[in-house]
Design a protein around this ligand. Structure first.
Ligand SMILES: Cc1ncc(COP(=O)(O)O)c(C=O)c1O
Length: 286
């Protein structure tokens, strides 16, 4: 992690000052807050605007009212990257908690939200993008507002840890008969050349890369359908992949040990990866 953090409304150089946080922050007691993970390619923000739009939507849904303007937040984020002299592939973790209050389920409506952000180097998952990953099925036991990017991630954490223990790189979540998304990613399958992904409703997080991949697909003339599908559909799919800010486009070659498309990364996935790669190259040149 880089040494300079954003806490509340100022940057703190941790080499000269220890950041101090309230023990009564509702983020630690209730997971009462929201967050974003934003990509930087060679020190340049990628898709910052849609991340901030989703952050503001998450806050609005939870009645978290920031004491700062969006322009101030953007200024702090750019300062964070500049002062850390970040020139690599990295992520910014940005968290906004409802604020500090002596523990009480009922939140006071005059709390000052606490902003916290840092930059960490993060390489692109190049090998996994080329070779694909193994996933396992886990039950989707999350609440019914998965569209909000809240700090409450215990079901995701449990699913992802189970996957790791099974030597898988992602868990594919299933609610009833329906495949929703990954524990930390969205999910797509390809059937007869068409992309299918779960509709952007309360059962999934509408990923920024999910939306971006849909627009790349349109540009490539690949039809996209936001429809529900089952595990059986996945097993019969021509191709399948996960998307996310740190995942980018990760092909799923095996599900619970069963090969998808003979365990080979398919041509639609590769075409989307290439379009994604090209768009990064353009944005980092500007
Ligand atoms: C549950 C879940 N779905 C989807 C995503 C992908 O979202 P994005 O593309 O905005 O990174 C994430 C990323 O953290 C996630 O946690």
């Amino acid at each position: 992690m880089k040494p300079i953090l954003l806490l509340e409304n100022r940057l703190i150089d941790t080499r000269v000052e220890q950041p101090s946080a309230s023990l009564h922050d509702r983020a630690s007691q209730f997971g009462d807050g929201v967050y974003e993970v934003i990509r930087l390619y060679q020190g340049t923000f990628h898709l910052l605007e849609p991340h901030l739009a989703r952050l503001y939507r998450s806050m609005e849904e939870l009645e978290i009212r920031p004491a700062f303007t969006k322009a101030e937040l953007i200024h702090w984020l750019y300062e964070l990257v500049t002062q850390n002299e970040c020139k690599e592939d990295a992520i910014v973790y940005l968290q906004i908690s409802r604020g500090a209050q002596i523990r009480n389920h009922v939140y006071a409506d005059n709390l000052t939200p606490i902003v916290y952000a840092y930059v960490a180097e993060k390489e692109r998952p190049v090998t996994l993008m080329q070779n694909g990953i193994h996933a396992c099925i886990e039950q989707d036991i999350r609440w019914l507002r998965c569209d909000i990017k809240s700090l409450n991630l215990l079901p995701n954490v449990l699913a992802r840890t189970n996957a790791e223990r099974k030597n898988c790189q992602e868990a594919l979540l299933v609610r009833g008969n329906t495949v929703t998304e990954g524990s930390q990613s969205n999910f797509f399958l390809v059937k007869q050349g068409t992309l299918y992904t779960h509709p952007a409703n309360h059962l999934i997080l509408n990923g920024i890369v999910r939306q971006y991949v849909c627009s790349l697909a349109s540009g490539l003339g690949i039809p996209v359908r936001e429809e529900m599908f089952s595990i059986k559909d996945v097993l019969l799919a021509e191709e399948a992949f996960f998307t996310g800010t740190t995942f980018e486009i990760l092909p799923m070659t095996h599900l619970d040990g069963a090969a998808i498309n003979g365990g080979v990364v398919g041509s639609v996935t590769t075409a989307l990866q290439k379009a994604f790669q090209d768009s990064i190259a353009v944005s980092t040149m500007q």
